[in-house]
Design a protein around this ligand. Sequence first.
Ligand code: SF4
Length: 169
Amino acid sequence: MRKILFESLMQSPLTEPAPGRDEAALAELATRVDLAARRRLGRSLSIREVDAGSCNGCELEIHALNNAFYDLERFGFRFVASPRHADVLLVTGPATRNMREALARTYAATPGPKWVVAVGDCAFDGGIFAGSYAVVGSVNEIVPVDLHVRGCPPRPTDLLKGLLALLDA
Ligand code: SF4
């Protein structure tokens, strides 16, 4: 027991170091984010995740943000269960017809100032589901998107970079 305790004290933390600045995300945000509103929120953001029709690949990467390795909460982010408590909507998947109304209502229920981050290639332009009878298209066609995090799915580090850009913008 003493040996294990000693070893764990000597080891460096397993947590992933914070990623560097995402200049592309900062540039996209610069045109959208109201600085005065950002200052009011400080260094903490509450996130409501909305699956608008994804294959769940993006959700797996988003879930990884909460594990001990990526440890999202050390940056001041936390996931919340209601849009009424959220500052950021993290939206995945193409916007499907079935989720169009729910997404619009979730956006309306989120108090301002608020931001929408579209996660994954599907959220950007429909991705591999583009053209399907079940799909409206990009998330931007339903709610105004402030930042796109591209990838299929994007890596947790890319998601972290995008979210950190929101704090830095
Ligand atoms: S971007 Fe890729 S992983 Fe994400 S919902 Fe679309 S197909 Fe799935």
